[in-house]
Design a protein around this ligand. Structure first.
Ligand SMILES: Cc1cc2nc3c(=O)[nH]c(=O)nc-3n(C[C@H](O)[C@H](O)[C@H](O)COP(=O)(O)O)c2cc1C
Length: 148
């Protein structure tokens, strides 16, 4: 059994539904998943569970408003968590060109600055390619869990 915390960033609900689908699926397999819809820094500093970012991209490669306060606090305070495992699932739309899935890169950079350790490659889910982000996310998370 593994316990993980999912940090959600979502504007229209796609990333949130994806996080909830991951929770439902993995809890049925005995894992313990906390979905943080409005994450605060204390949500991660109060535990050492692996972190999974599940965010969409908005604006021009920006973070959704519900994840932005967490990101700003993280950048500001940089609570050091050497070796803490994290993974990134990011939703975007490749028609946005250079800013495709930019929110995932922002979160990755900020987490690296806390000395956390990324596990696996970022999963980039392209809205042009799929209407069912959870169908890509669930198998990816299963493989990610095995690398923790
Ligand atoms: C106003 C707006 C701006 C967006 N900007 C970007 C962007 O810069 N890069 C990107 O990859 N996707 C961008 N997207 C696409 C969304 O990230 C994508 O549709 C995602 O699936 C939405 O997930 P959500 O329902 O969790 O918000 C944008 C979408 C909207 C509506």
């Amino acid at each position: 059994m593994t316990a993980i915390r999912i940090l959600v960033g979502s504007v229209y609900g796609g990333a949130l539904l994806t996080a909830r689908a991951i929770k439902k699926e993995l809890e049925s397999e005995g894992h313990q998943i906390t979905v943080l819809e409005n994450p605060a820094l204390e949500d991660i500093t109060s535990s050492n569970e692996p972190l999974l970012v599940c965010t969409s991209t908005t604006g021009q490669g920006e973070l959704p408003a519900n994840l932005l306060p967490f990101y700003l606090a993280l950048r500001d305070q940089l609570p050091q968590q050497p070796g803490r495992s994290f993974g990134i699932i990011v939703l975007g739309d490749s028609s946005y060109g250079d800013t495709f899935c930019g929110a995932g890169d922002l979160m990755e950079e900020a987490l690296y600055e806390t000395s956390a350790r990324k596990i696996g490659d970022t999963l980039r889910i392209d809205a042009l390619e799929t209407m069912e982000p959870e169908a890509e996310a669930i198998p990816w998370v299963r493989a990610w869990l095995e690398q923790l």
